[in-house]
Each structure stands twice: as structure tokens, then as C-alpha cells.
Design a protein around this ligand. Structure first.
Ligand code: ATP
Ligand code: SF4
Ligand code: MG
Length: 339
């Protein structure tokens, strides 16, 4: 079978994507600035130089410890946060250059599902109004009747009774609230979902149900997911491919089966060694010995070197680049050079 360029163009492409944050100045810094002494707060680089192509129909898991930049990356993909450097492409076109229908295609086509469904639902709005909001914002429904029909369909799609549209968010369980969040994203017929830890706040007993809902919707509508999690055991169930992030950079990308069978990067190996078994499953697992360094002051060379059991002298000086180590596999480690 031959593939056309349209089939091979990634639905989402990230090219040299970086994002800096400048934290607000503390009192001492403001006083020094008033005295004319340089006292700008340091810049924190949350995401650094990420290149990634997400293919149509795949579930790409993005995994890393708390604070490594996963949500910042997800927010840039979904257009909520502009990058400091680099660009996001949608169907091969740079997002900032999109206009008219193409721009709307991206704005509606890429939706985000958040970790805490309660925080992202307005407690004073009825569920029906919450789900209908994107239709109103984008002028996508011609009549009140159409709005109601589409809300009912979206609720049924996520396994909730259409009569629930008259209720308020506090009347629902965590799992049901996450379904409401999914319905709100779904009402605009998205093609790509950024799921930012969508089950992390749910009871373990509910997590599998919500994962199954994501997978059913993906099969039915040929969706593509960027599925963010700090927990490899969750990603193992659903991802086709996995990207591992450490201190703002991608350090390994591999098909899920290969990554779990034979992790290449020492950080991935450490994460895998820490996957909790079903019996001793902890809500927040403590991966990898040693502290995650501050992104305000990243270590030189390979940023993983202070925690890496395999570090050699070169690791303290030279940063390894993410490069091909096998078909469809990339890793950023000096040891891969020796294979
Ligand atoms: N708006 C902001 N202003 C300043 N710093 C920020 C901002 N958003 C994120 N950061 C910092 O950027 C870094 C990456 O944060 P981010 O939320 O992307 O990490 P994460 O991997 O999603 O973490 P978690 O697993 O805890 O959700 C952190 O050091 C965080 O403190
Ligand atoms: S480059 Fe060196 S420190 Fe970094 S992961 Fe590889 S062996 Fe460890
Ligand atoms: Mg996050």
C-alpha cells in the first residue's frame, strides 16, 4: 500500500518548542530594581527544544515526574499557551499562520481535558450550559433546539443520562465530572485531545472506566491523543508510543511495547523499576532516587547525571542529543553512542 503525503503529515508537529517563565519578583528583587541594581528574577525554562510528531490515530503517552514540563507542553499543543521559541504545526501548517477556516479547524479540532474536572467546571452553571458553552462561544448552533440535541448526544456519548443537564457539578461524583469535561470537549467534534492527567484525581476503581471511555471514543471517531501522565502503569494500558520527559526535555521516544520490554534511557529504566504493582499501588509513586533538580538551575551536561547510576565523566560536561537508536526509537544518552 502506498501512502500519500497527507497520510504521513503528522496531525500535530512540535518543532524546537521551548517555553520560559519569569517568576514574579520577590520583595528584595523589587527593592534592588528600585535602587537601579539589576535584580530581575531568574528565567525558568519549563520546556526546552522539543521536536515531536504525533501521527493521526495514535495515542502518544507523555510521561515524567512532577514539574518536568508535561502540562506546559500540553498547553502549548492546545494553543492555551504560546511558545517562547519554536512552533506547533497542525496538519503540517504552523499554527500562528492559520487564518479563517483553518484556524477554526485547529481551535476546535484540538481540545484539552484537565486533571481536576471540578476546578474546570463552573459550579454555578448547569451541566447543560457548561457542555453547550463551546457551541455558543463559536456560534456553532443555529437554534436552542439544536443546542439541546447536541448536549443530549454529548452526554449519551460519555455514558451519562441526558436528564443530567439540569443538574450542577457538585451533584456528581469525580468520575461523572470527568465525563462532563469530556462531553464539553466532544461537543465541537475534536480530532485531537490533549489529556492532562485525566484520571489522576479519580478513585482507582473509577480510573479503568474512564480509560475505557477514552479508548471507545478513540475507536469510534478515529481520534488522536496526547495522553499526559506521571504514571507509566497507566500509559502502558493505552499508549501506542511513549515520550519520556526529564527537566523540560524529551529523553526517550519509543513504541510502547518496545519501551516496556527494553527501555533504552537510564531514566526510563529507573521509572520502570518504580512502577507500583497492583497490590501496592500508591497514588503518587516516588520515581527514581534523588531529587529532581530545579529547572531554574539545571545541571550541566546531561541533566540526569546527578541521579544516573551509569554516569561517566563525559555526562557532566556534554549534553546528549535525542537521536535515532533503532527504527522508530530515539534516546538522549551518551551510552547509546556505544551500542
Ligand atoms: N505560569 C507559570 N509561571 C511560572 N512557572 C511555571 C508556570 N507554569 C509552570 N511553571 C513551572 O514550569 C515547570 C513545569 O511545570 P509543569 O506544570 O509543566 O510540570 P508538570 O510536568 O505538568 O508537573 P505535574 O506532574 O506536577 O503536573 C515547573 O517548574 C513549574 O513550576
Ligand atoms: S548521558 Fe550519562 S548521565 Fe545521562 S542518562 Fe546517559 S549515562 Fe546517564
Ligand atoms: Mg501537570
Amino acid at each position: 500500500m502506498t501512502t500519500t503525503p497527507a497520510q504521513t503529515t503528522p496531525i500535530i508537529g512540535l518543532e524546537g518548542l521551548s517555553r520560559d517563565f519569569q517568576r514574579p519578583p520577590v520583595l528584595a528583587e523589587r527593592l534592588l530594581a528600585l535602587l537601579g541594581r539589576k535584580a530581575l528574577p531568574p528565567v525558568l525554562r519549563a520546556v526546552t527544544d522539543v521536536d515531536l510528531a504525533v501521527r493521526r490515530g495514535e495515542v502518544l503517552g507523555l510521561v515524567g515526574e512532577s514539574g518536568c514540563g508535561k502540562s506546559t507542553l500540553g498547553r502549548m499543543v492546545s494553543g492555551i499557551l504560546p511558545p517562547t521559541q519554536g512552533r506547533v504545526t497542525f496538519d503540517g501548517q504552523a499554527v500562528p499562520t492559520l487564518t479563517g477556516r483553518d484556524k477554526l479547524g485547529y481551535v476546535l479540532g484540538v481540545q484539552m481535558i484537565f486533571q481536576d474536572p471540578y476546578a474546570s467546571l463552573n459550579p454555578r452553571q448547569k451541566v447543560g450550559d457548561i457542555i453547550a458553552e463551546p457551541l455558543r462561544v463559536h456560534g456553532m448552533a443555529t437554534s436552542r433546539r439544536e443546542v439541546i440535541e447536541r448536549v443530549d448526544t454529548a452526554l449519551a456519548e460519555v455514558g451519562l443520562d441526558p436528564s443530567y443537564k439540569e443538574r450542577y457539578p457538585h451533584q456528581f461524583s469525580g468520575g461523572q465530572r470527568q465525563r462532563i469535561g469530556i462531553a464539553r470537549a466532544f461537543i465541537v467534534n475534536p480530532r485531537f485531545l490533549v489529556c492532562d492527567e485525566p484520571i489522576a484525581a479519580l478513585d482507582v476503581s473509577i480510573q479503568a472506566q474512564v480509560i475505557n471511555l477514552f479508548m471507545d471514543l478513540r475507536d469510534k471517531y478515529e481520534l488522536t491523543y496526547l495522553f499526559i501522565s506521571h504514571d507509566l502503569s497507566v500509559v502502558r494500558h493505552i499508549a501506542d508510543r511513549v515520550a519520556i520527559m526529564y527537566l523540560g526535555r524529551l529523553v526517550e521516544i519509543a513504541p510502547a511495547a518496545d519501551l516496556f520490554a527494553q527501555p533504552a534511557h537510564p531514566y526510563t529504566r529507573a521509572l520502570l523499576a518504580e512502577i507500583p504493582s497492583v497490590k501496592r499501588r500508591r497514588r503518587k509513586f516516588q520515581p527514581v532516587r534523588g531529587e529532581l533538580p530545579s529547572p531554574l538551575n539545571p545541571p550541566p551536561g546531561c541533566t540526569f547525571h546527578p541521579r544516573c547510576p551509569f554516569a561517566i565523566a563525559r555526562c557532566r560536561e556534554e549534553r546528549p542529543v535525542l537521536r535515532d537508536i533503532a527504527p522508530r526509537r530515539q534516546s538522549a544518552c551518551h551510552l547509546s553512542d556505544q551500542i
